[in-house]
Design a protein around this ligand. Sequence first.
Ligand code: HEM
Length: 534
Amino acid sequence: MFSSDNMHCGSFQVHRRPRRTCGSQRSRLDRRGEGSRPHHLVDGLSLVVAAALVLFILKIRLSKKRLPLPPGPPADPLLGHLRLIPSSGQDVFFHNLGKTYGDVVHLSILGRSIVVLNSVHAAVELLDKRSANYSDRPKFPIYETMGLQDSLVFVPYGNNLRMYRKMLQQYFSKENSKRHRPIQIREARLLADNILANPRRRGDLLIRFSTAVIVEIAYGHQIVSDDDPYVKIAEDVCEATANSGPPGGTPVDIFPFLRHFPSWFPGAYYAGYARKTWHLVRKLYDFPTECVTAEMARGEAKPSFLATHLEVLQRVIYIAGAETTSSTLAWFFLAMVLYPECQTKAQEEIDAVVGRDRLPDFHDREHLPYVECLLQETLRWNQAAPSGIPHRSMEDDIYNGMFIPKGSFVIANTRGMTLDENTYQNASEFEPTRYLRSPLGRGEPYPAGPFGFGRRACPGRHLANDSLWIAMATILSTVHISREVAENGKEIIPDGTPVAEGITSHPPPFSCRLKPRSEMAQALLKQANSMERN
Ligand code: HEM
């Protein structure tokens, strides 16, 4: 390897090279007392080469700087696009910009570059293929004030991140995620049963389902009641993050000094809110660790991620998995209300493959292509995290002749990718058959972005995919979802405009009717759940 000795050896050879000149030349030089000159010559040469190299690098840097930034709308001189970027619905705003300026758009706020990627191609080229440069996260002063900086989601790129991700990826790999399926099946059946018993509590029950799966896998704790402290903590932190403003877009994110000001100070509201919710986040980290430490001391700890990796768990928040999974399921319910024909088609497929005398399980998955498409279409139609979580570029870069400055926020705008009419016909419509090959469908690709890109892509995606599938298949097989009927006898068609809160987005509140598909379906659920309890 390159030890310092070797390096000296290398430079020694350079200085020795003049000695290889022929004898007469050498004696002439020696005679003129200029025996050392060749050294200077070579040193001079090295200097010239070095200077040329520096100039070359400078030239590249300068020419990089002369290259245009990606296109974008006109900006205010100092504020940049601050007044243009909306505080919610940014995903649709970015998508609309893409229609005018192309799939890579540049915005800036007070000199900070924001690069929006509206196509899968651009996201793959930058975030996947050049992931060494695009895997950092920007700082989010608001989330830091809330105490979330230790969460893996916000850890900067580097050795720590690599270590945490390696552990997570092993534990939640496609293969290892299969070990967790019995928990997912049990919780999906409980969800369907509970939802039939308490249709009005649909939203809470979806959060309970997704929390129960993550908590049992991560902490070895089975949730058996709605009053469980884990469910309460999940609900509280979900609410806190949802109300903490657009990620990176609050006045405090733009002027970090505002975090030290009282909340009544103009622009400091979110800082005050973040300070108030700090203790909730602390609980999120501390409670599971304290429980599992105590269980381990008593020799009662069940196998779990925490029991295996206790020392790093506070960096893995179950919120990352709980809120995203429940809001994807909320979109599924809305789709079933707005597109009843899709529900019917999925139920016909389940009846034909699974029958009506048992409940679906993972063995059925490969035989249910329409249900698979329905899951993919739910992820495409409306995403839980429509603009992902911003990455940060660590070095200047050039892409397609455009200059992307070091330190840019890079946003993979999944919403723009899934609404791209060049890829998806009738992109705003919920059409599961779009993925089927002709003549049944148009063979459109599954959505690529809902779980992010590159080295920061969601490590829980296999687990999430399984949770979503079993929940949807179990509900479709046992529950009939239909529109609420108004007093005048007319069906109520809910508004599907997403409500974006913080990083995640979910449908606006809507009511629907939930009835058992048959007595048999209800009996199967009861039977499955009573067997679990015994
Ligand atoms: C439907 C469910 C889910 C969706 C839509 C989702 C989506 C995402 C997205 C878009 C990101 C950001 C990716 C990027 O920066 O490029 C992410 C990151 C992350 N997700 Fe998920 N996720 C889901 C479920 C889960 C689950 C079940 C877990 C836990 C087992 C999880 C743990 C994480 C973590 C720890 C990160 C941060 C990774 C990092 O910054 O390196 N997610 N997720």
